[in-house]
Design a protein around this ligand. Structure first.
Ligand SMILES: C[S@@+](CC[C@H](N)C(=O)[O-])C[C@H]1O[C@@H](n2cnc3c(N)ncnc32)[C@H](O)[C@@H]1O
Length: 272
């Protein structure tokens, strides 16, 4: 398992969860995305969303946009967050669905689940349940979920089609997929893509918008909308490279090629 992509992803995010648990506050101040590092990603969320959440849940935020603003969970609904990490989006949704609703967080990494459950205790969130499993094999019954959220996780999946078909299976008819994910907006040579992945993260497995739409269509989703919301401009990428002392590598790449090539996007689709 250790040498598989899943094994590496697990080890990586397990390390991040431990780091967040050990440090009370870690900040890099990035503005668009830091899904490959420990960060304070509060700027993805306006204050009203994160109000009342434990610091450790906010500090463990590794997303690329706010999926809950897109999901707009309603009182009494059942929400599933795929790759829930420290639980930030689960806890935000739990405020909207109320006591008559339920929010599941699904994650494969033990350390993330441990951190999320500690945060759940701190928040005294009774309508929240974290479950262990793979998003490619969701341990829930068919047609039981009203809305699926996810933040910067599908891009990490080796089989995006399997993950999205599982999402489709567990959604009720009329249910919605409302996720944030990194997408590719223009072609980037593979060697440069790999360099950028080193410091920005969540880039290597990202899909072009058209390919993403095709997979969603293939597994059955309708009314698909993919909207880039946080575009990784040269300024943002340069900023992250500097913060990570990788300015030397950054200065050797052709910045034109990466400027605006990736974005944190909102992905919305329905099971009709
Ligand atoms: C980039 S982090 C995002 C965490 C959280 N959504 C957030 O916004 O802070 C990715 C998370 O997805 C989990 N993950 C990645 N691939 C997964 C898979 N195939 N099945 C279940 N969980 C997965 C990792 O363990 C990690 O917690």
């Amino acid at each position: 398992m250790k040498n598989t992509i899943k094994g590496q992803v697990k080890a990586y995010y397990g390390g991040i969860a431990k780091k967040v648990s050990a440090e009370s506050k870690v900040s890099c101040g990035c503005s668009a995305s830091c899904c490959g590092d420990v960060t304070n990603n509060q700027n993805l969320y306006t204050k009203d969303f994160i109000e009342g959440l434990p610091d450790e849940a906010i500090n463990a935020s590794l997303g690329c946009a706010n999926p809950v603003v897109l999901a707009n969970p309603k009182l009494g609904e059942t929400v599933l967050d795929l790759g829930s990490g420290g639980g930030i989006d689960v806890f935000i949704s739990s405020k909207y669905v109320g006591e008559s609703g339920k929010v599941y967080g699904l994650d494969m990494t033990d350390e993330m689940l441990e951190l999320a459950n500690k945060n759940k205790e701190k928040m005294e969130a009774k309508n929240v349940e974290f479950i262990k499993g793979y998003i490619e094999d969701i341990p829930l019954e068919n047609e039981t979920i009203d809305v699926i959220t996810s933040n910067c996780v599908i891009n990490l999946c080796e089989s995006k089609e399997k993950a999205l078909s599982e999402a489709y299976r567990v959604l009720k008819k009329g249910g919605r997929l409302a996720i944030a994910d990194v997408v590719v907006l223009k072609d980037v040579p593979e060697n440069i893509k790999q360099s950028v992945e080193m410091w920005v993260g969540c880039i290597a497995g990202a899909l072009p918008v058209k390919e993403y739409e095709e997979i969603l269509k293939k597994v059955g989703f309708k009314d698909i909308e993919i909207t880039p919301v946080n575009i990784y401009t040269r300024e943002i990428i340069e900023d992250i490279a500097k913060q990570k002392n990788l300015g030397d590598i950054y200065s050797k790449i052709n910045v034109e090629l990466v400027d605006g090539a990736f974005a944190g996007a909102h992905v919305k689709a329905y099971k009709l």
